[in-house]
Design a protein. Structure first.
Length: 263
């Protein structure tokens, strides 16, 4: 159905692997945050990015701006069993003929891989398109033939331990669930928010006009996400223009909003 879908940012840089886990979270410097496509084939023969902004955030100096992500990310005890949940309502998009896309998602990270549950939110050939996707240890599955609709309530669950991974997207409105269980890994961080999306050539797509996304029920290992003191990120483009802003946590610490600012 789609001529272009996403290429998930899954592989960290060699510098990140060497540096290990830092005490604080941060985004890569803007000058080095541009991600070039590799020659490794992604889903549907697409190219994947060579960098992982989330993984890179584990080992660089503190910053709040990021080229591909808006939301919150926190460290978790290395190797711990990690469960992250979040929910949101699929926004209605204002589309032009230009293709644009993001992913509303919840992910758990290691130094060289990730597992993520999410929903693609974008404009394809002038039409608003939404569908679930899951990433298990860097292997992505897109459910473009089972789309969701604007106004649907979505529950996300990403659970990772050294023994097993479970990623799940449930459309609460329709009752349809997509789930994959796979091998585990040693978690190092977790995040919830809006991820960047790559086109069929591996180029980062611009941001669709989604208005506002409200992430609720953000619970990490049984505690409100805010209680982990996560780092907030806002997405900016290559010249520093704010594209997606991130709001503060609501009372209770389990909800926050992201806001469209610029494509």
């Amino acid at each position: 159905m789609l001529s272009r879908t996403r290429a998930m940012i899954i592989t960290c840089t060699a510098a990140v692997a060497a540096a290990g886990l830092a005490a604080s979270l941060a985004a890569p410097a803007l000058a080095t945050a541009r991600l070039a496509p590799s020659t490794a084939a992604g889903p549907h023969g697409q190219l994947r990015f060579t960098g992982n902004d989330h993984a890179a955030a584990l080992a660089t100096a503190a910053a709040t701006s990021n080229r591909t992500f808006a939301g919150y990310q926190t460290n978790v005890p290395a190797g711990s069993a990690t469960v992250l949940t979040s929910s949101f309502t699929v926004p209605a998009l204002s589309c032009t003929t230009t293709d644009r896309g993001i992913a509303a998602d919840a992910g758990v990270l290691a130094s060289k891989t990730a597992s993520v549950s999410g929903v693609f939110i974008g404009c394809v050939s002038g039409v608003a398109v939404y569908y679930p996707w899951l990433l298990v240890n860097g292997t992505e599955t897109d459910y473009s033939s089972n789309p969701v609709a604007a106004g649907d309530v979505i529950d996300l669950t990403t659970k990772v331990s050294t023994n097993r991974t479970r990623v799940q997207v449930t459309d609460v409105t329709t009752g349809v669930t997509q789930k994959i269980i796979g091998a585990g890994f040693s978690p190092r961080a977790a995040y919830a928010g809006d991820d960047g999306w790559g086109d069929s050539s591996g180029r980062l797509e611009h941001v669709p006009d989604f208005g506002k996304l409200t992430f609720k029920n953000c619970i990490l290992d049984g505690k409100a996400l805010a209680s982990w003191r996560p780092q907030a990120y806002q997405r900016v483009n290559s010249i520093g223009t704010l594209q997606i802003s991130t709001g503060n946590f609501w009372p209770g610490g389990t909800a926050f909003t992201t806001h469209f600012q610029h494509s």
